[in-house]
Design a protein around this ligand. Structure first.
Ligand code: PMP
Length: 424
């Protein structure tokens, strides 16, 4: 296959890949895809919001509670040690997924949002008035609001680099925003609202020249192409398990080891301490210092199963499949009268944000729903980006490995139906 090997690769599928996109043998692994919705075949195109779960992940959750459940890191008994082993194996799986140098560089969290808040509330404590954090206009609210809260606490300043009309970071503007006061650059690897794949390695190089750290929001990236935190040379990388076929309520934050060692804890409680006395407490080493209380053990184990699942298919194969489908969907949607894409970057992952003349995105979403087609409509938690484009929102179809040509057929037919109903 003429596949893009990384997110930064050129997303130009060969004809053979386009044909392969017609069939996605993996759809059969996802029980929910077999259930009719509104008496129609379900075309699930809301994967940017959350992905469906393969049987192996559902089974891993059930197996954990049936066979392995106990609390971790504190039991002397066999089951507790067994559950601890499974939890720590899942941490290694995450490290493998991100090519982190060591599993101890990975902190389990609830998801991307919690990961970013963790960085804001730990590393961010060191900020002084006048220090700057630089984001881009295409960030999800979870990569804006935690920094606003931090700036309100510390007197630091939040800056934002512009996005071009095609939905790429304006690198000239980005460079002009970087300066000696920039302490952190925080950006999405892939935009959830536009599908843009950002040139993270290049951004990291520029940030490093300015002496800033880099946090990457990988929520829309990890399930769609190989990610390598060492090649990206970033300091923090956050993602959510539920967007990579794992359960909700579990995600991970990679932190460069030299930074993690120095980070102060954020939540206090059991499991994150070394010793506790009324005179003062000392903290656990490594990621445990940031995992106070009983974590989502079953969720972590099932996330490990989800990672095994995507790796058994191969992320380059998934990337090629989705890129072929995206190319087809883009071509066919643009062939419809009155359809406009929002986000036409040169490098895109499987997200198609669009507007249809004369139909509000919410109405479009509702009509597509009656056809069994699940898309998202609205601002996609990226209100500053919508303001940048002067629109209240878009309709968004977002792809996953189980999507097929039949899903694209259903999307296109649904849009045609909406246009007929609205007489546009
Ligand atoms: N960043 C991006 C780019 C996202 O798409 C999302 C989820 N839509 C988030 C962050 C937040 O993820 P979560 O709600 O799982 O914390």
């Amino acid at each position: 296959m003429n596949a893009p090997l990384t997110l930064e690769g050129v997303l130009r599928p060969a004809a053979a890949d386009q044909a392969a996109a017609a069939a996605a043998p993996w759809a059969a692994d996802f029980p929910i895809l077999a259930r009719p919705v509104r008496a129609r075949r379900l075309a699930y195109l809301d994967n940017g919001a959350t992905t469906q779960k393969p049987q192996g992940v559902i089974q891993a959750l059930a197996d954990f509670y049936e066979q392995s459940n106990a609390n971790i890191h504190r039991g002397v008994h066999w089951l507790s040690q067994h559950a601890t082993d499974l939890y720590e194996q899942a941490r290694s799986r995450v490290a493998g997924l991100l090519n982190a140098p060591n599993s101890q560089d990975v902190i389990f969290v609830r998801g991307t949002t919690e990961a970013i808040n963790l960085v804001a509330q730990t590393w961010g404590q060191s900020l002084a008035p006048g220090d700057e954090i630089l984001v881009t206009d295409m960030e999800h609210h979870s990569n804006i609001v935690p920094w606003q809260l931090l700036c309100a606490r510390t007197g630091a300043v939040l800056r934002h680099a512009r996005v071009t009309d095609s939905g790429e970071i304006d690198l000239d503007d980005f460079r002009s925003c970087l300066n000696a006061r920039t302490r952190l650059v925080a950006l999405a690897h892939v935009s959830n609202a536009l599908g843009t794949v950002n040139p993270v390695a290049e951004i990291t190089r520029l940030a490093r020249e300015a002496g800033a750290l880099v946090l990457v929001d990988g929520a829309q990236a990890v399930a769609h192409a190989p990610v390598d935190v060492q090649a990206l040379d970033c300091d923090f990388y956050a993602f959510s398990g539920h967007k990579i076929y794992g359960p909700t309520g579990i995600g991970a934050l990679y932190v460069r080891a030299s930074i993690l060692q120095k980070l102060a804890p954020w939540q206090g409680g059991g499991d994150m301490i070394h010793t506790v006395s009324f005179e003062g407490s000392t903290w656990a080493e490594g990621p445990q210092r940031f995992e106070a209380g009983t974590p989502n053990i079953a969720g972590a184990v099932a996330l490990g199963a989800a990672i095994d699942y995507v790796q058994s298919i191969g992320l380059p194969v998934i990337a090629a499949h989705e890129s072929a489908l995206l190319a087809e969907a883009t071509e066919r949607m643009l062939a419809l009268p009155g359809v406009r894409l929002v986000g036409t970057a040169r490098h895109k992952a499987g997200i198609l944000s669009f507007l249809v003349d004369g139909i509000h995105p919410h109405d479009l979403g509702t009509i597509l729903d009656t056809e069994g087609v699940a898309i998202r409509a609205g601002h996609h938690c990226a209100m500053p980006l919508m303001a940048r484009f002067g629109i209240p929102g878009t309709a968004r179809a977002s792809l996953a490995l189980y999507n097929t040509q039949a899903d694209i057929d259903a999307l296109v037919a649904g849009v045609r139906k909406a246009q007929k109903l609205f007489g546009v």
